[in-house]
Design a protein around this ligand. Structure first.
Ligand SMILES: Cc1cc2nc3c(=O)[nH]c(=O)nc-3n(C[C@H](O)[C@H](O)[C@H](O)COP(=O)(O)O)c2cc1C
Length: 196
């Protein structure tokens, strides 16, 4: 299986980078190939401009998407069978939010049919969102934060536009200066890659 891994973190010294390395090691050990879309490295522009805004509200899916600033690789994930998306925090990093806004667009990633239902144009079969958080996963489940992420990111933004299978994985307890959950989280990231 060929997996497209989106990295949306500004620092190579972050825990998220270690998660990325553990996850991709697991992918390789399982015999998967992968490529990386590092949104910071590729200079991905997260803000939509007026041209794209007007296109989005035009109701005309045949108008070109990302008209003024598409760069090589920005749209690559939609042609891969799988995609993995790590946001920086539960609130979704601006880069990744921009990727959702500017790449997963009507006319490009999906269309509406006459009944108003979305029809996918992507070949993505499976997506996994791995999110490292300062709070524990239990705390974020109890406060409803994880449920809100699942509804918006997994159900609406991924399953809702035709990804066949999508999951959210929280690697929690990563408060600054607290390494007590680090090893178990990295083991989990590796297993997620290996079992993908
Ligand atoms: C700007 C910013 C906002 C954050 N907001 C939250 C938050 O709302 N909830 C949470 O549990 N952790 C939050 N965190 C903590 C990060 O999720 C935690 O530091 C991260 O898992 C460690 O990963 P990193 O080294 O890859 O940044 C935030 C971190 C940053 C930098």
């Amino acid at each position: 299986m060929h997996v497209y891994v989106i990295l949306a973190h500004p620092s190579g010294r972050s825990f998220s980078r270690s998660v990325f390395e553990a996850f991709t090691r697991g992918l390789s050990d399982a015999g998967h190939s992968f490529e990386v879309g590092d949104l910071y490295a590729m200079g991905f522009r997260s803000e939509m401009d007026e041209t794209q805004y007007l296109r989005e509200i035009s109701g005309n899916p045949d108008l070109p998407c990302l008209p003024t600033s598409r760069r090589a690789g920005e749209d690559q994930p939609l042609r891969c069978p799988c995609v993995y998306l790590p946001p920086l925090v539960e609130r979704l990093s601006a880069k990744l939010k921009g990727w959702f806004d500017r790449v997963l667009t009507c006319g490009y990633a999906y269309l509406y049919d006459t009944s108003g239902a979305r029809k996918t144009r992507m070949s993505v079969r499976k997506a996994l969102v791995i999110c490292s958080t300062g709070h524990t996963a239990e705390h974020l489940e109890a406060t409803g934060v994880v449920e809100s992420m699942r509804r918006v990111m997994i159900q609406d933004r991924l399953l809702g536009i035709g990804v066949k299978e999508a999951h959210l994985e929280i690697l929690g307890g990563m408060m600054p200066l607290d390494d007590s959950h680090r090893e178990e989280n990295l083991r989990r990231a590796y297993e997620l890659g290996r079992g993908f």
